[in-house]
Design a protein around this ligand. Structure first.
Ligand code: NAD
Ligand code: DAU
Length: 332
């Protein structure tokens, strides 16, 4: 393998993966990204031009996709509409990109016999009770809740069918909540960090008891590269780093690290259908592929992330007003 087609490589996790690949492997990268509101060519700044090329285009456009897949050794498919709240106000682009876009890529990979790795989410499994000791495993039945997670679940099933019916050489990974630099300010952690920078109180949906299983985006990237290079074809790997915390704990950690009072936040309207808890059992990835996360101290990773947003206001400032306008319209 030497040339990777990375879809969605100008977004949060896709761009982290491109930086990771350039630093830790000898693969070259072609990024295919539509540069939606969530994509930004600035996320790829500083990368060597002889190893990374950005093509602006839509994964649901067969004419854009086919020649790129034809000339690459593997597709690593990150591109998606990724935000649950947006999927509740308008599901349409989620169906188009997450389902039709994935289908379009799969058909091109089938035509050209190209290795395929599909990036997905733990949200396809639905949610767990707060007091349930269970975690998601690759055997957990699919039970998605939102338009976002149901389109991701549908895309996973398309990949599985292309493996079984057409012999596509594909793997799938389902990861828990990522944090780190270059995450869009619509998402929970960067929204609260940039609110505090702006002198605005963080916003907690409902009581703040919902639990997410946080992993640093660099650890997601190292796991994806490991699966791409050593994973067994047709297999699903769950990616997580044992980072369960409820949202109240995360907001209070942000407030503490940013020198604010512990109660300097507001409770706002809850998300419709809000999943209670996600938790990943990554035993298969750890034992079969020998993967380990590098970021095991969440507070240290969070402090570094806060520092990144303090130092890169010019990167996130253009996103902030539009993201907050969407939240104001939705009552969050
Ligand atoms: P993001 O919203 O930050 O980035 C998505 C990228 O995809 C953007 O650059 C956007 O321009 C691009 N894109 C969107 N529609 C496109 C289209 N039709 N054609 C080409 N490019 C298009 O998302 P993210 O948080 O980086 O998530 C990346 C992937 O990881 C997604 O598949 C998501 O489901 C998955 N995932 C995310 C998380 C998380 O915590 N953020 C966790 C697990 C899995
Ligand atoms: O679990 C993986 C998923 O994690 C990914 O598939 C998604 O792409 C990614 O967006 C993320 O989904 P969540 O819905 O969990 O992430 P979000 O950042 O939107 O919210 C995290 C939690 O914080 C969730 O319980 C809702 C809550 N929240 C969110 C916002 C934006 C708040 O309490 N206040 C907020 O202002």
């Amino acid at each position: 393998m030497s040339k990777l087609l990375v879809t969605g490589g100008a977004g949060f996790i896709g761009s982290n993966f491109v930086h990771h690949v350039i630093a830790h492997s000898d693969h070259d990268v072609v990024v295919l990204d539509k540069l939606t509101y969530a994509g930004d060519r600035a996320t790829l700044e500083g990368l060597p031009e002889d190893r990374v090329q950005l093509v602006v285009g839509d994964i649901a456009d067969p004419e854009a996709v086919d020649p790129l897949v034809a000339e690459t050794d593997a597709v690593v498919h990150f591109a998606a509409e990724s935000h649950n709240d947006n999927s509740l106000s308008d599901p349409s682009p989620f169906v188009q990109t997450n389902l039709i876009g994935t289908f379009t890529l799969l058909e091109a990979a089938r035509r050209h016999g190209t290795r395929f790795h599909h990036i997905s989410t733990d949200e396809v499994y639905g949610d767990l009770e707060l007091d349930d000791p269970a975690k998601f495993t690759p055997e957990t039945p699919y039970n998605p809740s939102s338009p976002y997670s149901s389109t991701k679940a549908g895309s996973d099933l398309l990949v599985r069918a292309w493996v079984r019916s057409f012999g596509l050489e594909a793997t799938i990974s389902n990861c828990s909540n990522n944090y780190g630099p270059r995450q869009h300010v619509e998402k929970f952690i960067p929204r609260q960090i940039t609110n505090v920078i702006d002198g605005v109180r963080p916003r907690l949906y409902g009581a703040g008891e919902n639990v997410r299983d946080w992993i640093h985006a660099d650890d997601h990237s190292s796991a994806v590269l490991r699966i791409l290079e050593r994973g067994r074809i047709g297999e699903t790997y769950l990616i997580g780093a044992d980072g369960e915390r409820n949202n109240l704990e995360v907001v209070q950690a942000i407030l503490r690290l940013m020198g604010q009072e512990a109660d300097a936040f507001d409770h706002v309207k809850d998300r419709a259908g809000h999943d209670l808890r996600y938790a990943i059992d990554a035993t298969k990835l750890r034992e079969e592929l020998g993967w380990e996360p590098a970021y095991t101290d969440f507070e240290a990773g969070l402090a570094a992330t806060i520092e990144w947003y303090r130092e890169h206001e010019s990167w996130w400032r253009p996103q902030k007003a539009a993201a907050e306008a969407k939240y104001a319209a939705a009552g969050h």
